[in-house]
Design a binder for this molecule. Sequence first.
Ligand SMILES: C[S@@+](CC[C@H](N)C(=O)[O-])C[C@H]1O[C@@H](n2cnc3c(N)ncnc32)[C@H](O)[C@@H]1O
Length: 221
Amino acid sequence: MRTEPIASEANIPKSVEEFYTLLREYNLGLDYSDLPQWTKIFTEKEPPIYWVRLAEILSQYPKSYSVFEIGSGLGDVLALLNLLGFEKVAGIERLEKLATIGNQKLFNLFNSKDIIIGEYPIKLENIDTLIQVNCVYFEGLFSKQAYINQVWQFYKNANPKHFLLEVIDSSFTEHSNTFPDFVRISEEDIYKTFSGLKISSFLTYQFPKNSSTKRLYIISK
Ligand SMILES: C[S@@+](CC[C@H](N)C(=O)[O-])C[C@H]1O[C@@H](n2cnc3c(N)ncnc32)[C@H](O)[C@@H]1O
């Protein structure tokens, strides 16, 4: 039985790439038989592009920032936040099974359990950075306006300095049951919704190399 967190201060890997090797090794030891297919992305040889991009963006922010992730899954984004040294890290996951495995992972790697089991939005205060990546939540929603309203409500609830939001890009026009047309968001949609804020973005996934095209937005006050 492990007694020391494997990424404790004494042996925190120097680079994000090195850390990914450690994280992947941990993940390869998990039992995925009962878990959704997407949970396996952090067992791939290469880390997901959005995770590497997040590392690049977040490493420019002060470590004193409080960072919150909506939809934490198995905790692989929260693991990155811990690696980068953020003092205040938390996330929320509605599926208890995923949150429990994720918290065990974070505890083994960083001696912390950052995942709240619950449904976002919850009451939050003083959030500097809000993260919503690799997540398209549209249960009970049937129009683009309703979907965009939800994204806006999720943002307003935390009222962060920075919102790192990944969406399915409107340039993705293939038929898909996973991603209905109304969750495909254009740059215009985002600029209209977050007008007055500073916005930049880049593609993280691109069809046909990937199963869809996604864009990560950095939306800042
Ligand atoms: C595809 S996963 C992505 C996990 C993580 N962000 C990552 O990149 O590895 C999306 C997760 O969000 C969770 N989720 C969706 N809507 C949620 C909500 N309103 N509150 C909390 N969790 C939610 C789902 O249960 C799912 O585990």
